[in-house]
Design a protein around this ligand. Structure first.
Ligand code: SF4
Length: 229
C-alpha cells in the first residue's frame, strides 16, 4: 500500500464527479430490493438480477416476511435468471432469517448500533461476504461503510495507490481513513468507480478521455509511450 494523502482521494472523486455527474445509485426500487439485488448480483450482471427481481415481484415475494415463509426451492425457481440459483436462494433465505428472526424485522436495529458492529452482524450471515455486506449496509441501511469491488482494486492499482494483492479490508480502510464518514460521499464514490471501470478502466484500459488520465500512473505511462490504453 502506498502513502497517499487524503486530498488525493478527494481529487480523484471530484474529477470523476465533474466528468460523469451524479450516478443516482442504487438501482433498486425499495430497500428490500436493494438487499435482494446485492445478494443476487454476485457473479452475474445486473440485467440478470433485474429478471430475477421481476419474477419475485410478479410472485409478490419482494417482502422479507413472505420470503421467510417460502420454500427455498420456490425461491430458487424465481431467481433462476441470476445464476447459481440454489446457492443464492439459500443465501437469500439466510439473510431473510437473520432479518426476520434475529432483527425482529426492525430496520432500525442495524441503524442504531456502531457501523462496525452492524457489519459484523451482517457478515455473520452464512454466504454474505464483505462486498455484499457493505453494499447492504451502505445502500439499504444508509450506514457509512465503503464498498470495495474488483473495479475499485483495478483502478486504484493502476492509478498507483494499492498493490495488486491488497486485501478487501485493507482497501476499505484506506478509503475510510482518508474520507469523511459520509454516506452520500461513499455512495457516490463507489458508483463513480463502477462507471469509470465500465467506460474507461476496462480489462484493457481506454485512457484517452479518462478523467484520471493526468494523474494516474498507468494513464501517464501510456501517454508518454504514445499508447491509448
Ligand atoms: S487513466 Fe487509464 S489506467 Fe488510469 S484510471 Fe483511467 S483508464 Fe484506468
Amino acid at each position: 500500500m502506498h502513502t497517499v494523502r487524503p486530498q488525493e482521494f478527494y481529487s480523484i472523486y471530484r474529477k470523476m464527479f465533474s466528468h460523469f455527474g451524479p450516478q443516482g445509485w442504487w438501482p433498486g426500487r425499495t430497500k428490500t430490493e436493494i438487499i435482494i439485488g446485492a445478494i443476487l448480483t454476485q457473479n452475474t450482471n445486473w440485467q440478470n438480477v433485474e429478471k430475477a427481481l421481476a419474477n419475485l415481484r410478479k410472485a409478490k415475494l419482494l417482502n422479507f416476511k413472505k420470503l421467510h415463509r417460502t420454500d427455498d426451492v420456490v425461491i430458487a425457481r424465481h431467481i433462476r435468471p441470476a445464476g447459481y440459483f440454489n446457492v443464492k436462494a439459500r443465501r437469500l433465505k439466510n439473510f431473510v432469517r437473520f432479518f426476520v428472526e434475529g432483527m425482529n424485522s426492525d430496520w432500525r436495529a442495524l441503524r442504531s448500533i456502531p457501523v462496525e458492529e452492524a457489519r459484523e452482524k451482517v457478515l455473520s450471515v452464512n454466504g454474505v461476504g464483505p462486498e455484499t455486506a457493505d453494499s447492504i449496509l451502505l445502500y439499504a441501511f444508509d450506514r457509512p461503510t465503503f464498498v470495495v469491488d474488483a473495479y475499485t482494486k483495478r483502478i486504484f492499482h493502476r492509478y498507483g495507490v494499492i498493490e495488486s494483492e491488497a486485501s478487501y479490508d485493507q482497501v476499505r480502510l484506506l478509503f475510510m481513513d482518508r474520507l469523511t464518514e459520509d454516506v452520500r460521499l461513499y455512495n457516490e464514490y463507489h458508483a463513480l468507480i463502477v462507471r469509470l471501470a465500465k467506460e474507461h478502466c476496462r480489462a484493457r484500459p481506454v485512457c484517452a478521455g479518462c478523467p484520471l488520465k493526468d494523474s494516474c500512473r498507468t494513464g501517464l505511462r501510456n501517454f508518454f509511450a504514445g499508447s491509448n490504453g
